[in-house]
Every structure is written in structure tokens, then in C-alpha cells.
Design a protein around this ligand. Sequence first.
Ligand code: ES4
Ligand code: ZN
Length: 316
Amino acid sequence: MTLPLAELHLHIEGTLEADLLVTLARRNGVPLPSYDPTELTARYADFADLQAFLDVYYANLAVLRTEQDFHDLAAAYLARAAAAGVRRAEIFCDPQTHLRNGVPLEVMFGGLSAALAEAPVSADLIVCFLRDLGGDAAEDLLRQALPFREHFIGVGLDSAEVGYPPRLFRAAYEIAAAEGLHRVAHAGEEGGPEYVREALDELGVERIDHGNRALEDPDLVARLRDERVPLTVCPLSNVALKGVPRIEEHPLPRMLELDLVVTVNSDDPAYFGGGIDANVAALRTALGMTDDDLAVLAANSFEAAFIDDDDRASRL
Ligand code: ES4
Ligand code: ZN
């Protein structure tokens, strides 16, 4: 049986399955290292770390050129997510990647928003800044994106973490706050607990994406628990990118025991072994999580979602 929940940590670009990758490459005449979906998927089996994954992920995104491409990408994800029990999706997009590829913001927003408007589930976009492009680029992107304000509900921070601390993005997050946008950030995926603390103190984030390494700092754990700051945790992603050696050692059960507001999410399901259903299945089989544990994760996901209280009560 599927567990109804909200998916709060999902990169739309990370939902690009090998079949659609090949279709879009052919449609747009973009070269790929292979046109065999099985061969392409095999390349996703062993990433040394976050950067090794990001190199493949960014290279593949050259196939996204038109509004139709962005529409098809999001529509495919939303159909799979609905079938997996997702009732609400808060979806990251990386406009700087597409701008770098010569794709204007109106093409990305036009295609994604069209798919969200037709979706079988409630869904909204969160615009992410690529942290390795720096703070000035983030501010510049946000100013360019503000004319498209109706297309997104918040901002996030993703890509290579270590060496790009949250404080670099303070100005961009101040503008976002003044615009009434929600604020989240990846922190504590590869970076230490200080990245999590800084995201809270310098950026005023409402949720932490990942947050695993916060567990190294008991004072920070107490703060996250007391302030009920949600952590959007991605078990299969953490194993695929070697943040956690084996799924059996994933800290999610410990996070629940610590009374942290943790949620389960798929991050980049095309690359890390499946969607939210595969992540939930792994929690059951490898970590022995019970229906009661999973019900807590589902309740947390609706508590952490950027929805109004009526929708929270009805779970949409
Ligand atoms: C990402 Cl797993 C992960 N971490 C950081 N940035 C990302 N962008 C897409 N997936
Ligand atoms: Zn992520």
C-alpha cells in the first residue's frame, strides 16, 4: 500500500530518466555518450561523491531545450509521484544551469508551470541557487526571476556544498524574504554542522535539506528539535553519494528517536535508485521501520510543507 505524503526535496532535473534523456537528445540533436538507456543507467551505479554525480547530472541537462521538454520532464515525474502516494510536491529547479545552456527563464518556467497546472497532485516550484556560482550570481538570478514571481513559492541552495558556506548567500536570501518567498537550503549533506547552523542564522531558512551532519553537534540537534526545524532527508541519495556507507546504517531512525521533524524524500530519483516509494521500501526492509514510524514521517511531511492549515488538516 502506498503511504500518502508530501515530497519536499526533489530536483526536477534529477527525475530525468534515461529513456526520456535519449528521447530529448534525439529530438533536439544533442549528442550523448550512449543512446542505450540501459548503458546510460549503468553509469549512475557508482558515484564517488556529490561532485561525481553533479558532473553527470549537469552534462545530461544539455538535452533540455524547449518548453515542451521541461513540460514532459515534470509531467513524467508528477505522474510517477502520484502513483507512489505523493499528494503534494515542492519541486526544486536549477535555472542557472539552463541559462548556462542558453535556455531563457521563460522557457523553463513556462514548461514546468504548464505541467504543474495539469498535475494530479498539488505542486509548486522552489528556485535553487547553485552555490558553486557564488553569492553575486545568486542575487543576479533572483532579480532576473522576480518577473516570474508567480511561478515559484521559494528559494533554495544546492550543488557543491563544501567551500560554499551559507553566509555567501545572505543578500539573496534577504531579497527573497522581503519578497515573501519561502527559504530552504541544502546543508549538512557533505558539509559539517556549521553549514546547518549558518543556514539557520544567516539565511533564515524554514527547513534544512538533508541535515545529516547536524547529528555531530548535540546543541544543534537540540535546537532543531526545539524549534521543530524540518529536515528533508533522502536515504537512497545519501547511500548513492557515499554520505552513508550502507542503507542499514542510515541515521533516519536515530533522527526520529531524537524527535527531529524528519521527512523522507527521493532527491534525484533517476540517479539514486528510485522514487519516494523506493525510499520508503528501503526504510521498511533495511531499517525495519514500522507502519507507525512511517506514519510519523508522513505527518512530518505535511507539517513541513508550505501549504495552508486547511490543506494540512485534509492532507490535500
Ligand atoms: C543535488 Cl543530491 C544534491 N545535492 C546537492 N545539489 C544537488 N542538485 C541536485 N541534486
Ligand atoms: Zn538535493
